[in-house]
Design a protein around this ligand. Structure first.
Ligand SMILES: Nc1ncnc2c1ncn2[C@@H]1O[C@H](COP(=O)(O)OP(=O)(O)OP(=O)(O)O)[C@@H](O)[C@H]1O
Ligand SMILES: [Mg+2]
Length: 252
């Protein structure tokens, strides 16, 4: 039971020779709810892409359930950042969610099982009544929930969400995190978000990403951590002790 679900060791990555992540190591255990926080350009999206196998490490390795990300692709759900930029998507909500089943159906056509899984994913996101709506005709928050439903259509063990609340108002944010908390009963959740105060009552661990990664896997934030200077203001805490406020890790 103590095996990590995600094991990152000595991971480094550069885009065209420009280092973005250097010597990153941490472990995530099953059913954790991890917030990835950090400044713009700090490497959060890059880290997620490395974790799910969309990018390959320059050095080090990522293991998910003891395998490479590619070997467990069917167990991973991913909701990318900036879904709202690419707006021209003239298909229905149901079709978008069914697309999430394609890794399983392998183009042999969709079965009743695929439809049932899509409906169940839509239900879990409170989106079933909008199943026939064109994805273009949704609000930003509804569109986000449709894409989360797509990521859930394979019933993944791990769900990665890259800034899912960027286009959502504060009520919608709490609602969305409430849904994620429910999903967290059966899934490991890893979410990039700047909504640190809203997140505070949900997360079990916090990873501060800024070239290096500082992983807080318990509520004890020590003086030492504060002095390490990760340039990453932390106003959330881990392990369900909400609203303990840490201003910075130091140096700011
Ligand atoms: N495809 C790419 N080619 C070259 N450089 C890139 C590419 N994608 C990202 N970068 C650079 O890598 C760095 C990290 O980017 P990344 O998108 O991982 O940051 P982030 O923490 O997700 O930022 P944000 O909070 O703005 O989403 C940035 O300096 C960015 O400009
Ligand atoms: Mg990003």
């Amino acid at each position: 039971m103590n095996h990590p679900i995600i094991d990152v060791s000595g991971l480094s990555f550069s885009y065209n020779g420009t280092p973005v992540l250097s010597d990153v190591s941490f472990r995530i255990h099953e059913k954790e709810f991890v917030a990835l926080i950090g400044p713009n350009g700090g490497g959060k999206t890059t880290l997620i892409k490395l974790l799910i196998g969309l990018l390959k490490p320059r050095q080090g390795h990522v293991q998910i359930m003891g395998k490479t990300p590619g070997q467990v692709a069917g167990q991973i759900g991913y909701v990318p950042q900036d879904l709202n930029i690419n707006k021209s998507f003239p298909i229905s909500v149901m079709d978008v969610v069914l697309m999430g089943r394609l890794p399983f159906s392998r183009w042999t056509g969709l079965s009743k099982k695929d439809t049932a899984a899509a409906i169940s994913a839509l239900e879990s996101m409170n989106m079933l009544d909008l199943r026939d709506r064109k994805i273009d005709d949704l609000s930003g928050g509804q569109r986000e929930r449709a894409f989360i439903a797509r990521a859930l259509a394979t019933d993944p063990k791990i769900l990665f969400l890259d800034e899912p609340t960027a286009n959502i108002d504060s009520r919608g944010r709490s609602e969305l995190f409430g849904i994620l908390k429910e999903l967290n009963k059966t899934k490991t959740i890893i979410v990039v978000s700047h909504d640190t105060m809203v997140l505070s009552s949900y997360v079990t661990a916090v990873a501060c990403v800024n070239r290096s990664v500082h992983y807080h896997d318990n509520a004890e934030i020590t003086e030492e951590m504060l002095e390490m200077g990760y340039h990453c203001p932390v106003d959330i805490i881990a392990h369900g002790l909400p609203h303990r406020i840490l201003k910075t890790h130091g140096n700011e």
